[in-house]
Design a binder for this molecule. Structure first.
Ligand SMILES: Cc1ncc(COP(=O)(O)O)c(C=O)c1O
Length: 465
């Protein structure tokens, strides 16, 4: 405190005052405008130097006040963030939260609910569990399956694989207590998501990459060869329910059938694609998912929830709990009960009840609305694939199975794709990044937003003529 100045009020930031009310009004007003806006631009990244210049210094000892901070956010920082729910954002895997889900995210933030334990957040946990039960039912998992919403697919895959290894360790200890543990291995497709390799690194286990067929699908016979070669050191097989690059679904039925002959944990990485099981247009592709020991799907991808949420579901939740419950004296009151505490089912302790926006949206609109919305993207992918097939100078890299369409402009180099993609964003027409397959450059439309139209996609193709 400067000599002579009045002491600051330590309750200023928490007490209900006129200042508090003004801050809440400002923030809600901005949020309302953003959520109800129909023409939020795509926007684009700025350089650090530009942002330094435009935003200036925002943090000092006195504070710059909410009005100024929000103005800087609205006019400088937000426009430097690409609008990931824009219908013409077609890169990576986009996001398309429903209006109800986005709006309810504000309620979650306003409510200071702790989502880690039943004791503290039973109402929220109950609602999240209803969503998880609804999803497990859609995926054909048995009654009693359950899990937790974690931050993202990477953490979901890691948590599932840690539970799988724990189960393998327990089985070994039971069947052959004198045996020393093998160097554990996880089998997956060479086209599996990078988060599987990341999980293997974190867990210090080996990864056995099996070649999929030329169509990108991993099949049971190739997995069988790996199981024969690596034997009981394989603690898990990961099948992908919608690869990120292509949206290809592995042949889960033939992989799951191997469980009749081999003892392994089947994990389905459906972070992007498992949502398509909700639609009759794609459900058949996922036969066998109901035999999985664990699955993940990201509501922040194709289940229309805001960032960030991954639903991790175990066939036998006790397996998850055995692997993940943290023990500490101060936690005994939570863990020495039979209550369902979400913290027990993944690598985390404190957690936001991040499944609630999806719960509110699903309760508001009903499952049928989800089926329709997902089906519209599946159909659009087929329609634009047909357009690409018929356009001279364009070719599909693979036939789309879900809602990712990968294609080449014949003869284009990596540099041409990069320059075209940068111009598309500069012109604020679309965000479509270059990609590649087996060293050949290409580009892709990843479609999850029901507001994306055939005409918008055709207009993008026209820029490549
Ligand atoms: C198939 C698949 N698995 C895992 C992930 C990782 O999910 P997250 O980005 O939520 O960590 C992704 C992300 O795109 C994915 O497509």
């Amino acid at each position: 405190m400067a000599p002579g100045s009045a002491p600051a009020d330590p309750t200023r930031m928490h007490a209900f005052t006129d200042e508090t009310e003004a801050i809440v009004d400002l923030v809600l007003d901005y949020s309302r405008r953003r959520m109800l806006s129909e023409d939020t631009p795509l926007d684009k990244p700025f350089s650090p130097a530009e942002l330094n210049r435009l935003a200036g210094r925002t943090i000092d000892e006195q504070g710059i006040g909410a009005r100024r901070a929000l103005a800087i956010f609205e006019h400088v920082l937000a426009p430097a963030c690409i609008t990931t729910d824009h219908p013409q954002y077609l890169s990576f895997i986009p996001i398309a939260p429903t209006n109800a889900a986005s709006a309810f995210d504000l309620v979650v933030s306003a409510s200071a609910i702790y989502g880690g334990s039943w004791l503290e957040g039973s109402g929220a946990v109950h609602a999240e569990n209803e969503v998880l039960r609804w999803l497990s039912n859609e995926f054909g998992l048995p009654e009693g399956s359950g899990g937790v919403f974690v931050q993202g697919g990477t953490l979901g895959n890691l948590s599932a694989l840690v539970a799988a290894r724990e189960a393998a360790r327990a089985r070994l200890a039971e069947t052959d207590p004198a045996a020393s543990a093998p160097r554990w291995k996880v089998v997956c497709s060479a086209e599996a998501h990078s988060s599987i390799a990341s999980a293997a690194r974190v867990m210090d286990v080996d990864i056995v990459k099996v070649s999929p067929g030329p169509d990108g699908q991993l099949r049971g016979n190739a997995v069988r060869d790996a199981l024969e070669e690596h034997g009981a050191s394989v603690f898990a097989v990961v099948a992908t329910g919608g690869s990120t690059n292509f949206g290809i679904v592995d042949d889960v039925a033939s992989i799951a059938a191997l469980k009749d002959d081999y003892d392994f944990w089947l994990h389905i990485d459906g972070a992007y694609g498992l949502a398509a099981m909700l639609s009759p247009l794609a459900r058949d592709r996922f036969e066998g998912v109901g035999r999985a020991d664990s699955v993940i799907v990201d509501p922040h991808k194709w289940l229309f929830a805001p960032f960030d949420a991954c639903a991790l579901i175990y066939r036998d939740p006790n397996r998850g709990r055995a692997a993940h419950t943290q023990h500490a004296e101060y936690l005994d009151t939570l863990t020495e009960t039979t209550e369902w505490s979400p913290s027990d089912y993944a690598i985390h302790l404190t957690r936001r009840p991040r499944g609630l926006p999806m719960w509110f949206s699903l309760a508001t609109y009903g499952g049928g609305a989800y089926r329709e919305a997902i089906g519209s993207s599946l159909q659009l992918a087929q329609d634009i694939a047909a357009e690409i097939r018929r356009r001279p100078g364009f070719s599909l890299v693979r036939d789309p199975q879900l809602s990712v369409v990968v294609f080449e402009r014949d003869g284009w180099t990596r540099e041409q794709y990069a320059a075209w993609s940068a111009k598309l964003l500069d012109d604020q027409l679309a965000f479509v990044t270059p990609s590649s397959h087996l060293g050949r450059p290409n580009t892709r439309f990843a479609i999850v937003n029901p507001l994306t139209t055939f005409e918008q996609l055709v207009a993008i193709l026209d820029t490549m003529e």
